[in-house]
Design a protein around this ligand. Structure first.
Ligand SMILES: [Zn+2]
Length: 247
């Protein structure tokens, strides 16, 4: 990585450092996940105090230090996201998205597609036409597809039968028929909704009140995502296997 660069970024997490500083973890367009210290950011006089908050979408200057952290010099909002910030449910949905990005073991690995996906999600959460309930699930499904781990939804993942599909098993990686069933039960509306969420018409799915099966889908997709992120984390930590990981 170059010693100094400017980049667009979405803030995933912040934490206190020392007396007045703040460490800012963000997902940048061209440099992947970056951990940077914002000096003096917790002083009320600091211009960065109100800029580098979780879910902020910013343009910032980063400078390398001798340690692991970069220093963030300047930051300005690329969009204010006032609709998102004014609504508790939208903020929570946003948090559910950025906490997953924060959990990915990908520091310094450039992934512009994931940056673009994240900014589209922020845009959807900031759009009053869209209900926020299914936004995290739609993000998780796209993240899974991006990583080549999209759940199988068109036929039983075990035997290939197309009907009746009655269960979803995140560990097996998709839907299951009545003979092969494992994992969680799956209702017909939830299956239909899963298919719509992975199809093209996302705007239509998110517009208006959450459709039937939305709560079920949110749970199933969260399972699939946790399974996937856990696997990614285990791959990362393969040098230190734990007994519980063998299955
Ligand atoms: Zn089957």
């Amino acid at each position: 990585m170059t010693r100094e660069f400017d980049d667009d970024a979405v803030v995933l997490r912040t934490y206190k450092s020392g007396e007045a500083d703040r460490v800012v973890v963000s997902w940048t367009r061209a440099h992947g996940k970056v951990r940077a210290i914002a000096k003096g950011a917790r002083k009320t006089s600091s211009a960065m105090a109100g800029t580098l908050e979780v879910l902020a979408w910013v343009h910032a200057s980063f400078v390398a230090t001798r340690g692991e952290l970069f220093v963030v010099r300047h930051a300005r909002h690329l969009a204010r996201l006032t609709t998102l910030r004014g609504d508790y449910e939208r903020i929570n949905a946003g948090y559910a998205v950025v906490e997953v990005l924060d959990a990915l073991p990908s520091e310094g690995v450039s992934d512009e597609a994931l940056y673009e996906l994240t900014t589209r999600v922020l845009g959807a959460l900031d759009d009053a036409r869209y209900d926020p309930t299914l936004v995290p699930a739609s993000f998780y499904l796209r993240l899974l597809a991006h990583d080549g781990s999209a759940p199988v939804l068109d036929a039983c993942v075990n035997c290939g039968r197309a009907d009746p599909l009655v269960a979803f098993d995140a560990h097996v990686g998709g839907v299951l028929c009545d003979r092969c069933r494992s994992g969680r039960p799956l209702s017909a509306p939830a299956l239909a909704l899963l298919r719509r969420l992975t199809g093209g018409s996302l705007g239509a799915v998110l517009a208006g009140a959450p459709p039937e099966g939305a709560g079920e889908v949110a749970t199933l997709v969260r399972d699939a995502l946790e399974e996937h992120v856990g696997r990614r984390l285990r791959v990362e930590r393969a040098s230190a296997p734990r007994a519980g990981d063998a299955r």
